[in-house]
Structures are given as structure tokens and as C-alpha cells.
Write a protein that binds this ligand. Structure first.
Ligand code: GAL
Length: 389
């Protein structure tokens, strides 16, 4: 009797969960996206990893109000078998209560991405880090990339270190035709003269911030993403040079360091929010312009080599003038290759809500290809059968 009552209660609870929480069967961009506890997913500026039949979503855990734009909690992780229904896996990298820590509570920890390294069996997380500021106001002058590592996708991740990459180094690869070649433009004496006069503006438009940071702290690393190529080589792509130019850095075999091989890409194009994917042997890049939390027009680029030259394919958004001007109110964060479906890619973006950061929304839209260009159109609701057409 007692067992019957218990199973009855369990059944009722399950039915209740089904009706209240509901199984998700589609993407509804811009709306509240409930997890398995019926709580809006809290993983902004996110990245996705597919491993062992599951997708893992890593992102910034935001809190309420404007203070919620700072990292008060850490990196949140969710898992899903179908991309619609997400299980809360908790906070997998926590900020520290010790103010001396590089990831002290109140720092800025943005756009975390995780990749799996088959050689070491480790899950490797990179993110953009800004140290906690003395006055508690957001300050983006640290501009470092930071590393954390775990034995499991769902953590906990151990914080390793942060740094400014490529100090003292010239780029090894890149859009030579597109970027003015610094080594050819300036000899050491010229650079020294500019630096001694403390007049970086003399080099403006010619990689002034690059030269400043090559000689100084190392290159800036802000908005970032990771990309693993077919041959298992991995790259960290980030906004650098005061956000004027993207840098593409090759990672070492264990994905935990930089080899020193890197390119300056689309110099002075002012790209943020990079997201990369590969189709038919070509690399595609989405990015945004630099307007902080406010949305702007998306950009798209294509290249035969990860290091460029990256050719502009224009705004990938097809829609109303407003949708094209604002990327549906969002900013790119990642492109998910759908497992088991050929040429099926999902454009993922954040709709930021800087006044109440925790209320930020997500955009999931299918990428279509027309005349060799990726095109993204708004859909109130859609599912993966879209790709079967
Ligand atoms: C955006 C950037 C975000 C965040 C924000 C701060 O442009 O993509 O990740 O850094 O600026 O204003």
C-alpha cells in the first residue's frame, strides 16, 4: 500500500514537472529559456562543446541589476542531448572571495569557451579576464586571456593563470595585404622614437596599439572564442589592439598555452564577439562592431586559411532594416555545428540586458548558405528538422 502511495506521488510529481516545466521541442529566440528546474538559463557570452553524445553550454553567470555585469559567481554550465532541453550542471568555475585572487568576486570574466584535449584528457577553458577594479566600476584595461582546466566537462575547473600574449613578438602569419606590415613600415629606431615621445597616435591606423603592446605588456585579449580544426589544432581568436584588430593565436598541443604563431586579422575593422566555423574546407567568421552592450550590425568573413586573408561577406542578417542594423538585438557568441547533421550550423547570440544582466536572452537561429554566403533570418520558433529540407 505504502509503495503504491509513494509511486503515485512520484508519478504525480513527474506529470506536474512535465506540464509546468514542459519538454522543449523548439528554439524560441529572445524568450525566457527554462532549464530543467524551470529557471532561465544563466550562461551568457556562451560557448558549446559536444562530447559523448551531449552538448555542454558554458557561459557567464550574471546576477541582477547593473552590478550583475561583473563576475559575482563564475562560469555556469548546462548539458543537453538535443539542444532544446538543458540540465543545470551548476557553477563549474567559481570566482574567489579572496581579493588577492586574479578571479576575485567583482572581476570581469567574459565569453568562456571550453574545448576537450584528447592527448591529456583535460577540458580546457579559456576566457577574457579583467581584474577587479578598486572602485568597483567596470574597467577593461587588464585585457588578458585566462585559463582554467578540469578532468570533467562539468568541472570543477581549476584556475591556472592569465596573461597578455605575444609580448615582444611580431605576427608570424596574417593578412599581409590587408594589414600594414609593421616590420616593413617601421624600423626599430622609428618605433623607439614614437614610444619615447609617448605618442602612439603617430602610429594610429598602422598598428600603434600593436607596437605599444609588443614593446610593453603583451597584446590585449578581450572578446574571444576558441576553434578546434579537423586536424585537432586549436586556436584562440580575440579582439586586440584596443579592439581594432582580431588576433588569431595557435594553441600548443595540450591547448593550455600559445605556440607563438599568430596573425593580425582585419586590421582596424573593429571586430568583437568572434565566432568561427568551418564548412567545405573554408573558415567562416561572424563578428560584431564595437558598441558595448548596445547591438549593432553583424559582420561575416570567409577564408581559405585560419590565418587569413579573411574576405568580407558583409552583414549575414537578412531581414528588416532594424533587424539588419541590430542583429535582432543581439551580438554573436558561438556557432554550434549540429551533431549528426551535415552542414547544419546554429548561430548563437546574446541579447544583453545591461540594466538587469541576469535577464539577458539568447538567440538560436539556423545558418543558411546562399551563393557561398552565410545568411541568418529571424524565426519566432523553429526546430532542427529545418536542416532536413
Ligand atoms: C561588448 C562585448 C561584451 C562586453 C561588453 C562590455 O562589446 O562584446 O563581451 O565586453 O562589450 O561593454
Amino acid at each position: 500500500m505504502a509503495t503504491h502511495i509513494v509511486s503515485g506521488i512520484v508519478l504525480l510529481a513527474l506529470c506536474y514537472a512535465c506540464t509546468v516545466f514542459g519538454e522543449q521541442k523548439s528554439f524560441k529566440s529572445g524568450q525566457i529559456m527554462p532549464d530543467n528546474n524551470n529557471v532561465h538559463i544563466n550562461a551568457h557570452g556562451g560557448g558549446f562543446l559536444y562530447k559523448g553524445g551531449l552538448y555542454y553550454w558554458f557561459g557567464e553567470h550574471k546576477t541582477e541589476g547593473t552590478a550583475g555585469n561583473l563576475a559575482n559567481v563564475g562560469v555556469h554550465c548546462y548539458s543537453s542531448a538535443d539542444l532544446y532541453n538543458w540540465k543545470d550542471e551548476g557553477v563549474v568555475l567559481s570566482v574567489s572571495n579572496d581579493d588577492a585572487s586574479e578571479i576575485a568576486k567583482g572581476c570581469i570574466l567574459e565569453r568562456p569557451k571550453v574545448i576537450y584535449n584528447a592527448k591529456t584528457g583535460k577540458y580546457v577553458m579559456w576566457f577574457h579576464l579583467e581584474f577587479k577594479s578598486a572602485d568597483g566600476k567596470p574597467n577593461y584595461s587588464t585585457a588578458r586571456c585566462a585559463l582554467a582546466v578540469s578532468d570533467k566537462p562539468t568541472g570543477p575547473y581549476s584556475y591556472v593563470r592569465s596573461f597578455r600574449p605575444q609580448k615582444g613578438r611580431m605576427p608570424t602569419d596574417g593578412d599581409i595585404a590587408d594589414c600594414i606590415s609593421i616590420d616593413k613600415s617601421f624600423d626599430d629606431a622609428q618605433i623607439e622614437k614614437v614610444l619615447n615621445n609617448n605618442n602612439y597616435k603617430m602610429l594610429k591606423g598602422r598598428g600603434f596599439a600593436f607596437v605599444r603592446d609588443m614593446r610593453g605588456k603583451g597584446q590585449m585579449a578581450r572578446d574571444m572564442t576558441l576553434f578546434v580544426d579537423d586536424n585537432s589544432k586549436a586556436y584562440l581568436i580575440c579582439s586586440s589592439e584596443e579592439n581594432a584588430t582580431l588576433h588569431i593565436h595557435e594553441l600548443t598541443d595540450d591547448y593550455q598555452n600559445f605556440t607563438g604563431r599568430f596573425a593580425r586579422v582585419r586590421c582596424s575593422d573593429w571586430n568583437e564577439a568572434p565566432a568561427i566555423f568551418k564548412k567545405d574546407g573554408k573558415y567562416y567568421l561572424f563578428a560584431s562592431f564595437c558598441t558595448g552592450w548596445a547591438p549593432n550590425s553583424a559582420r561575416s568573413y570567409v577564408s581559405e586559411s585560419i590565418y587569413g586573408p579573411w574576405r568580407s561577406l558583409g552583414n549575414p542578417i537578412d531581414g528588416s532594416p532594424e533587424q539588419m542594423r541590430t542583429t535582432f538585438g543581439g551580438q554573436s557568441t558561438f556557432v554550434i555545428p549540429v551533431a549528426g547533421k551535415e552542414d547544419a550550423f546554429i548561430f548563437v547570440a546574446d541579447i544583453w540586458r545591461p540594466k538587469n544582466a541576469i535577464d539577458g536572452r539568447y538567440i538560436f537561429l539556423p545558418i543558411e548558405f546562399e551563393n557561398g554566403r552565410p545568411v541568418i533570418r529571424w524565426k519566432n520558433e523553429w526546430d532542427l528538422s529545418f536542416f532536413d529540407k
